[in-house]
Design a protein around this ligand. Structure first.
Ligand SMILES: [Zn+2]
Ligand SMILES: [Zn+2]
Length: 113
């Protein structure tokens, strides 16, 4: 049998094991959430929030054709992605195109997937 380290128990002061404060934890959580919402993740979030259904024509989507359901930014600013989904509208290709109606949607769609 191996002898236990005799110094282990009486080796001076206890390590200052510092636990994060509540404030620090909350700050981390906020930072993580901010990181998520600013990415392209808003699409998933919007589908989750509003359901896989077109807000205009009420066409329903499944896992198989969900890529045809796009997220429209109501105020036209795709940097504005509040987590409560208030700036998002799930639209099918047709309704989304109608909503913009002046082109440029092709670029949007190509960049979005
Ligand atoms: Zn539609
Ligand atoms: Zn749009």
């Amino acid at each position: 049998m191996s002898p236990r380290n005799p110094y282990h128990r009486k080796a001076g002061r206890p390590k200052p094991e510092r636990l994060p404060t509540q404030d620090e934890i909350e700050r981390d959580v906020r930072r993580l959430k901010a990181g998520h919402s600013s990415g392209s993740n808003y699409r998933e979030k919007s589908l989750e929030l509003h359901g896989m259904i077109c807000a205009k024509c009420a066409r329903e989507f499944t896992e198989a054709d969900r890529r045809e359901l796009t997220v429209h930014h109501i105020d036209g600013n795709d940097k504005n992605n509040p987590l409560d989904g208030s700036n998002w509208e799930n639209l099918c290709n047709h309704c989304h195109e109608a909503e913009h109606s002046r082109g440029r949607l092709g670029d949007y769609l190509r960049g979005d997937d």
